[in-house]
Design a protein around this ligand. Sequence first.
Ligand SMILES: [Zn+2]
Length: 163
Amino acid sequence: MLGWSLKKVRCPFCGYVDQRVLDSRPSLEGDSVRRRRECTGCGRRFTTFEKAERPRLFVVKRDRSREEFDRDKVMNSLLLACRKRRIPIEDLRAAVQRIERDLFIEADEEVPTQAIGERVLRELRRIDQVAYVRFASVYRDFETLDDFIGIVNDVSGRATIAV
Ligand SMILES: [Zn+2]
C-alpha cells in the first residue's frame, strides 16, 4: 500500500538499525500502524507507530501572500462557470479531483494561483464549451479564483452573464 513502508528504525536500546517485525496492526483509530519489533542486535523488543502525514499545499498569489489550497474554491468556481448548464455533478467532482491530484504531484508544497486557474480552464474546455468561454472571459482578467467568484456573483446579481 502506498505510504506504508517497512522502514528500518534505530533500536532505542542499542541503536542498531535492523529489526524483525513481529506484529503489525492498525491503531484503533485506523490512521496509523503499530508495529512490534525485535532488535536483531540486542534482541530487545519495542513498538513503533507509523502515521501518514497529510500533505499540505499552499497557493501563492501574485503579491506573494499564501493560503492553503482549498478544493471547495475550485469546486465553487466550476459550479459558477457551469451554472444553468446540464453537467452532471460527478463530472465536476472528477475534474476537481484531477486538478487536486495533479497539483499535489507536480507542485512541491507551493503552487502559483495561475496554475490552478489554467487547470480549471483545461478541465472546462473538455467538459463544456460555454462554461469554458464563460470562465476564460472572466478569469483571464483576474488574479485568483476568489476574484472570479467575486466578480461573477457581482455581475449575476444585476444581470445574467452574457455568453
Ligand atoms: Zn537493540
